[in-house]
Design a binder for this molecule. Sequence first.
Ligand code: NDP
Length: 454
Amino acid sequence: MLRSVNPATGEQIAVHEELSPTALERKLDLAASAFRRWRETSLQDRADLLGNIAYCFEENKDALARMASLEMGKTYRSANAEVEKSAAGFRVYAERGPDMLAPRMQPLTGGGTAETRWLPLGPVLAVMPWNFPYWQVVRFLAPAIMAGNVGLLKHASIVQGVAGLLEEMVLAAGAPEGLFQNLAIRSSAVAAIIADDRVAAVTLTGSEGAGKSVAEAAGRNLKKVVLELGGSDPFIVMPSADLDAAVKQAVTARIQNSGQSCICAKRMIVHADIYDAFLERFADGMRRVKAGDPFDEASDMGPLSSLEQRDTVLKQVEEAKALGATLLFGGEAPEGPGAFLSAGVLTDVPLDSPLMAEEIFGPIAMVFKAADLDDAIRIANDIPFGLGSSVWTRDEAEQEQFIRRIEAGMTAVNQMLASSPEAPFGGIKRSGHGRELGPYGMHEFMNLKTIMHP
Ligand code: NDP
């Protein structure tokens, strides 16, 4: 049984039956046969389906958003924005997909021509997390459908209501049976599915631990894997930055989704000359953040996704204090039901502490002082992760230094980092490998066929 619990109240919403081995077997068969048919469809047919799915998302926006807020606690406002972004994502691949799949001809020095064509690979298993329960799936699904692949979803156990709605939307849009199926299974069932001959590849977004298990199973079976894991992104502010804009976006970048995003800015690294001014204003902004009912317009953030997630963050805050960090305020769990946690700020976290190798998945910011640009880059890179980063400076030479030297898959300049349907997304180091989105994301799960012509 997979339980959905409202993290704002602690009340059980639903209990979802797990897939039996026989039902799972049927779904894998169906995926394999759906792929044999879907790979033969025209790009226009695929684009039409993506457009219809986008329409279904928009038509059912309220029901979809409500389910996400109920199951994992994000504000209803942000859940609506996520559904809209998901619809936009389907449209982007409908419109730009054909270009991304265009064949290329290369004249060969020895005579003749090599043609390259992008062909689909087969059923792709997506192991996805609860934090953006629609958008994380769309990032994989929209390019996969356009590519001619079919999708199997192992969604996080706590968002099976969302998983069911995703499947419903795709079917309501007119997708053939088996094109996209939700597998209501536990994580312990994933390795056997990766090993199954009917599954061509696997993509995972989630923790390092889950990434290692999935990569191991994929490696053992020589299957392609894309991993989008955690991060502890730096947000670097230099003296020439627009301080008002930087402070405002630093707060948003840390508390969005109750701090539960892989690309939340988790470490504010501030030049010594503006450190005090930044800290004062940033702390003020963080103090004002209101955690409350996700359906209340006045709430800046809802609860964390579960009591277990909150316990993890509370433990990390205690660990930081024990290591000599200063908790300026926040990081408190209020009395009463729900997994609420107040936004907080930590300073003086020792750079060699074990906490630097962890992801704080909650609204707690760490602030560091950097002597100069080199020092800021040193602090930024001194972690095992390499997902995103945000740099604030009006100096173009400094911008270039950051872009070239920060060890991360993504750098946003004078803005907080956010994903977009068109831009490749992913990291290096222990944040994973491979890319989602854009042509690069689409091509991860395709066969680049070389055709030799005389
Ligand atoms: P997990 O990584 O455990 O969950 C993500 C997905 O992976 C879920 O579908 C989960 O299934 C599945 N999964 C977990 N373990 C395995 C495994 N061994 N083999 C195959 N699949 C697996 O994240 P949690 O929800 O436990 O969160 C823990 C931490 O992970 C967070 O505090 C955060 O640091 C990080 N995280 C990062 C995310 C990101 O966007 N990069 C998103 C979510 C979490 P099930 O739900 O059934 O366990």
